[in-house]
Design a protein around this ligand. Structure first.
Ligand code: SF4
Length: 245
């Protein structure tokens, strides 16, 4: 990415934000939840797991242990059985119970609203804390950098870093703070539908005019080479034949 002025970077980011808002006006967190506690638990479960899978598991989890007080008393093996299909189930069950216990013991049963307190909870790193603060409490304290945000921020030239902490800092630098949470939600939608990891669908992407890494639509292969009047596949076969002689 060539070095450009901060003003131009901010203008570039603002143009991207504008188009994302047109494409995904209703983008929101895909994890089902009815309270900050539920969102926190669902986000812990979403590590290395799809949101769809987490949403299959949380109705039973929240039905059996609806609040921090109940989950703090749960038996590890019971929670493990419920969250088993989300992967890393032993660790996740341990973190869920530990998170609930700390909320009860240190925060009187209420999920804390400060990032410094959130990252002290078992299983909660900065990304999870940002999800919670932005989505459950409506506070733009940071930018959630998940795999989609990481990949697409690079493709769109919004960062040159690879460490998620640095990517987040770059995004916080160029995006208006009011946009931090909605930007992440919208980029995640974009990453699932258009700018997918393996083969981005640049031909149908509304951001393509702003994207320094857009891939041009591939031209149809030539059917006949004018010089040899042979089809490419036949020439390749002929070459392979010569080599094997
Ligand atoms: S143009 Fe292509 S690479 Fe760029 S954001 Fe769109 S889909 Fe992704």
């Amino acid at each position: 990415m060539p070095r450009i002025s901060k003003a131009r970077q901010r203008a570039h980011a603002a143009a991207i934000v504008e188009l994302l808002a047109v494409d995904y006006p209703e983008a929101e967190c895909a994890l089902h939840h009815d309270s900050p506690f539920q969102l926190l638990a669902a986000t812990i479960l979403s590590a290395q797991c799809t949101d769809e899978r987490v949403n299959m598991v949380t109705p039973e989890l929240f039905g059996r242990w609806p609040d921090p007080a109940a989950l703090a008393e749960a038996a590890q093996e019971d929670v493990e059985a419920v969250v088993h299909s989300t992967g890393f189930y032993r660790n996740k069950a341990k973190n869920l119970i530990g998170m609930a216990r700390r909320i009860v013991e240190v925060h009187g049963g209420d999920v804390p609203e400060e990032i410094e307190e959130l990252v002290e909870l078992p299983g909660v790193a900065r990304k999870t804390a940002n999800v919670l603060l932005g989505t459950a409490f409506g506070r733009n304290v940071g930018v959630v950098v998940d795999t989609h945000v990481h990949r697409i921020s690079h493709r769109l030239g919004l960062t040159r870093h690879h460490d998620p902490k640095h990517v987040e800092r770059d995004l916080m630098d160029v995006l208006d703070q009011a946009e931090w949470t909605s930007f992440s939600h919208r980029v995640i939608y974009h990453g699932r539908r258009i700018c997918v990891a393996r083969k981005p669908r640049c031909a149908v992407c509304n951001l393509r005019d702003l994207c320094p890494t857009r891939q041009d639509v591939t031209r149809p292969r030539k059917l006949i080479d004018k010089k040899t009047m042979t089809a490419p596949s036949r020439r390749s076969a002929a070459r392979r034949g010569k080599r094997s002689q």
